[in-house]
Design a protein around this ligand. Sequence first.
Ligand code: G6P
Length: 472
Amino acid sequence: MSRTIIVSNRLPTKVQRTEDVLTFQSSEGGLATGLGSIYRQEGNVWVGWPGLFVEDTAEEEYVREQLRQDSMVPVFLTEAEIHDFYEGFSNSTLWPTFHYFPQYATYEPAHWAAYVAVNEKFCQAVLAQAGPDDTIWVHDYQLLLLPEMLRKARPEATIGFFLHIPFPSYELIRVLPWAKELMAGVLGADLIGFHTFGFMRHFLSAVSHLLGFTAQNGRLEAGDRSILVDTFPMGIDYDRYVEAAASDTAREHEATYRQVLGNTRAILSIDRLDYSKGIAQRLRAFELLLLRYPEWREQVSLIMVVVPSRDQVAQYAALKEEIDELVGRINSAYRTMRWTPIHYFYRSFPLDELASLYRLAEVALVTPMRDGMNLVAKEFVASKADHRGVLILSERAGAARELSDALIINPTDMHQLTEAMHDALVMPEPEQIRRMTAMQKLVGQYNVFAWTKLFMDRLAFSKHRQHTLDTE
Ligand code: G6P
């Protein structure tokens, strides 16, 4: 029987060390949920990094055994690999380049060497699991070289690749000294997927410029292989958010927050700490709202959740300081005895508390400078049981291609963002309901399970096609 192996840099369970004790925390993220039904099936596994540096072989064995019970296979990274591969090439070279922040990118040969070595390490871990004609689904920018490495070792395997972040213009890709190798790495797959048509178009243009392969009708002819390239906009587990928002716990949390806020209306902002998310720009736009529309003072608060992330990378640490300063400045300038302009949380929230924030907020600000998809936008929509609420969405989030009933803005245009906040706060209820209902229909239908099935079906089809071509 043919098996399916999922591979991503992070496993869906994060192992953490708290006072010398290891704890295992399951991810509530969309990918983990969407692929749960696949990797937990008999014989299937998920291969990835458990998220911490493991100190000795005894600890390794313990972690391996715990994860094995939930169909996961860990790839352990050394401290040097975490530094050079994860913080280095993945998050200081690829991430800024792919999100149009080339000024933040570093080009260190040692980081590239670690990237190649860690992709090879992942390859060995997958090969230890995979039979000759198994299906392997590789995820995201940390593993761009893996499809080709796997293809060399398992020519008959069915290999899929999905990129969760934007794919930028060739003009950015060409700056990377290792651009050709990266493109060739991805082409080891039978099916390559992106969130949007725009990302796919940029990818095909880069492949054509760098490797000379061109595509027709979504099919890329690369030497003796034919590769399918397509778009698969990722969804969320819609029902889970509907249920979480309707739960007693979410209602209780909401009531507590409501008491604190009194009659003040809430605008919500939730992100991982990242310069691509436009958090600082959003704060400046909120400040401008208070300046330009004094009537909103004491009437509206911004609830801002920033989830700690990649804090060992210099740009992230600098952004944290910038946000702290901005929040401090705005709060001290406008605060009154009965009103706090910004309620700022620098930590992660469990799902039921998030759901209560989604319930509470009348407006959600999802205004990234660049984003592959952005699932917060979809989670907010799913949580609005009364169909009220307004989503302000950046035109440069993948989600904007689907959620055209949001207020779509250019996140660098601070004035437009400020005006959108004002418009959202005064939007008549019937219009809110019309827009929200349309978005709910779409997000509910194209959920993460539909996304997974679409990709897996297309992957099976791509292999079937390849076999047919080979025997023609
Ligand atoms: C983005 C990436 C993922 C990554 C996640 C969290 O969503 O597409 O690949 O896992 O951010 O980042 P982290 O560096 O903590 O894994």
